[in-house]
Design a protein. Structure first.
Length: 66
């Protein structure tokens, strides 16, 4: 069992890692989407059309930098 020191929520390691992985995937996707949009802005050759990545509900998250 893993327990959050801030809120006291606990769960199995497997479930915590699943939640953290989904959170990291979401943040990385948003970062990539934003970077590609900035790179293509003003370009006559590239056009980025994508839907915003929805914010998920993750009970456990990670603190990281891209």
């Amino acid at each position: 069992m893993i327990t959050c020191p801030a809120c006291g929520r606990s769960d199995k390691f497997k479930n915590v890692m699943r939640s953290v992985s989904a959170f990291v995937e979401e943040v990385a996707g948003r970062h990539l989407q934003e970077s590609l949009g900035k790179a293509a802005r003003g370009s006559t050759f590239l056009k980025v059309t994508s839907k915003p990545i929805p914010k998920g509900n993750h009970p456990f998250i990670a603190d990281f930098k891209l």
